[in-house]
Design a protein around this ligand. Structure first.
Ligand code: SF4
Length: 114
């Protein structure tokens, strides 16, 4: 079973618009649905917070404290598909930043639930 980390957009999660981070990513990971090709263990759920400066350090802290490095990092569907999009960084740029820092592949999106 893969170990995965999910990154959510707090501009969505904290306001409850579209993706309050309550079940969708977790269900998709548990069942191997959406962008998960098999049931996966979510070992970290990290929030990006505007303007995104905390993201790399929060991922690093999650890895350090849990002593678990994920096999894959998923940018949540709320983060990747938000309209209007993030004004600070594109999902592709964010993925490159995470891959460059941690050497872990990044998947854009998590689920297709509504
Ligand atoms: S910087 Fe962008 S992705 Fe991060 S919380 Fe703010 S709007 Fe969401």
């Amino acid at each position: 079973m893969k170990r995965v980390m999910v990154v959510g957009c707090s501009a969505y999660m904290n306001t409850g618009y579209g993706c309050p981070g309550e079940w969708r990513c977790l269900k998709a990971a548990a069942l191997g649905e959406g962008k998960f090709d098999e049931p996966s263990a979510v070992i970290g759920f990290v929030k990006c917070e505007c303007p995104g400066r905390n993201l790399v350090s929060n991922i690093g802290m999650s890895v350090k404290l849990s002593e678990l490095k994920p096999d894959l990092v998923y940018l949540s569907s709320c983060l990747v598909n938000s309209k209007p999009g993030c004004p600070y960084i594109s999902p592709d740029e964010m993925a490159k930043m995470i891959e460059g820092k941690f050497g872990v592949p990044v998947v854009l999106g998590t689920h297709d639930y509504h």
